[in-house]
Design a protein around this ligand. Structure first.
Ligand code: FE2
Length: 490
């Protein structure tokens, strides 16, 4: 599927295009491409781009062309680095039309500028007579410039597209890969030294370490993919037993990620919340079929069996090392904000954030899906149910964030798979309702903590009788909604 083009693509294209044109205007001189070695660097870049490494979870590809382009920029000057970066990085995939033309152009502009500016910075720092340390400083600064222009423009684009603070993407898309880029700087040095002492053949020989680096990337991705496959297989194993919840785990993972994105979680946490969402009910694998697939209300004993699934799930996923905090989220996805949930009866913010997010995603998907005992609810009804239980079952802050998302057409269509978002006035009405519910729940919880009033005494003939009175707070201890009576049966 082709990625969607947004107006921000054009804004970025105009900004980078202006920089690209200015760079070409001030640095390009005729005859730069006459040397055959320039075309040797160009060919190696094309080769590196033809052997890209796929990033996990379909997030695109990376290539190891950076040290080649940077080396070309150092050896022949910024204009050649600019040329090789702009056009040597064109891959067959891009030319075949799989990538929209806007993406192809953006890539050319950002890589051309990265290649050219890195050489410019190198030459400015490593001037003759600047000392023995200068070439290394110049290499690091030049490499950092390449990285800043390339990854920085990607981070800026993602930040505009997803309306998430730039810092969040800088942390996830820039700080992580920066180590890999810096690690490739010595290879740039070796390539330049080999070219200067042996010529192009020496350079071609040093292409070999890049192929080794590529192989390591591939191995890492293969391991990540097998982890993902294992998680998906676990989730499928559960869903194979219950036709009515087909796709539920997948959707819970997606909704949880959407809500997490609205809360500005980092990409790493989002990935984790998606995986934990996928696995949240895995403990139901130990619940007998007659209970799991029962079409009528569960008895007390059956409910007790069903309520063991978060603990069983925790026992299963705690062996998955890369799930990290997600293991606790699986355990606590049935905890409730007021402490009436299970298995540990955690209260408020002592419930891990990931578990609170999954709890909302789980309830919403359950309400929006058909069940054997009822039809799916409409989005307005589901959102209203959620608002009514803000501050009792759900974290009020997350409820509000979710209600705002219900007004976002893209989230509603693509993630909730609902035909239309809520109107702004409905979103505001539901937020007001959620706030009211949350303050009522808070008041009730506060009242429960007050000391009990003194017991009134009544006197009858020769007999003292104590009448015990007990204040019953609205909502306290009385399950009105949802789990385990209705939407979330376990
Ligand atoms: Fe569950």
């Amino acid at each position: 599927m082709k990625p969607r083009i947004h107006r921000h693509h054009y804004t970025m294209m105009a900004a980078l295009g202006l920089g690209w044109a200015l760079f070409a205007h001030f640095t390009w001189t005729p005859g730069l491409l006459r040397e055959p070695e320039v075309w040797g660097f160009f060919a190696l870049t094309v080769l590196a781009e033809a052997l890209p490494v796929e990033l996990p979870r379909g997030r695109g590809t990376v290539s190891v062309s950076f040290p080649i382009i940077f080396a070309a920029s150092i050896v022949f000057g910024p204009a050649v680095g600019f040329f090789v970066g702009s056009f040597g990085t064109l891959s067959l995939r891009q030319l075949s039309g799989v990538v929209p033309w806007q993406g192809v152009v953006l890539n050319r502009l950002q890589l051309g500028l990265a290649g050219g500016l890195s050489g410019l910075v190198f030459r400015a720092v490593a001037t003759p007579g600047a000392g023995a340390i200068a070439p290394w400083v110049a290499l690091i600064l030049g490499g950092a410039t390449y990285f800043l222009v390339n990854a920085g423009s990607v981070a800026l684009m993602l930040s505009l597209l997803y309306r998430i603070p730039l810092w969040s993407f800088v942390r996830t898309t820039m700080l992580g890969p920066m180590g890999s880029y810096l690690g490739l700087i010595p290879i740039t040095y070796v390539m330049v030294a080999a070219y200067e002492s042996v010529g192009f053949l020496g350079l071609a020989l040093f292409f070999l370490p890049l192929l080794v680096a590529r192989h390591s990337f591939q191995m890492y991705n293969a391991i990540r993919r097998s982890y993902d496959d294992m998680v998906a297989a676990l989730a499928d194993a559960l869903e194979a037993r219950d036709a009515y919840t087909a796709g539920h785990a997948q959707r819970v993972g997606e909704i949880a990620m959407g809500l997490g994105r609205a809360l500005h979680l980092s990409e790493d946490r989002l990935e984790l919340v998606g995986l934990a969402g996928l696995l949240h009910d895995i403990g139901k694998i130990a619940v007998p079929d007659r209970i799991l697939n029962k079409k009528t209300a569960l008895s007390r004993a059956e409910r007790a069996v069903m309520r063991r699934h978060p603990l069983i799930g925790h026992g299963i996923v705690r062996h998955i090392k890369f799930l990290e905090d997600g293991v606790r989220w699986v355990r606590h996805h049935h905890e409730e904000w007021d402490g009436t949930g299970y298995p540990d009866g955690l209260v408020g913010e002592s419930i891990p954030l990931g578990a609170r997010i999954i709890s909302i995603a789980d309830s919403i998907d359950a309400m929006l899906s058909d069940r054997p005992y009822r039809m799916a609810r409409r989005l307005t009804q589901a959102a209203e149910e959620l608002a009514r239980h803000s501050g009792r079952q759900y974290d009020p802050r997350l409820v509000e964030a979710f209600l705002r998302l219900c007004g976002d057409r893209r989230f509603v269509n693509e993630t909730l798979r609902q035909p239309a978002p809520l109107a702004p006035k409905d979103v505001e009405r539901l937020i007001a309702l959620a706030r009211e519910s949350a303050s009522r729940a808070e008041a009730a919880a506060g009242a429960e903590l007050e000391p009990a009033p003194p017991r009134p005494k009544r006197y009858r003939v020769k007999r003292v009788r104590y009448v015990l009175t007990r204040r019953i707070q609205p909502g306290s201890g009385v399950k009105v909604f949802g789990e385990p009576s209705g939407e979330r049966r376990g």
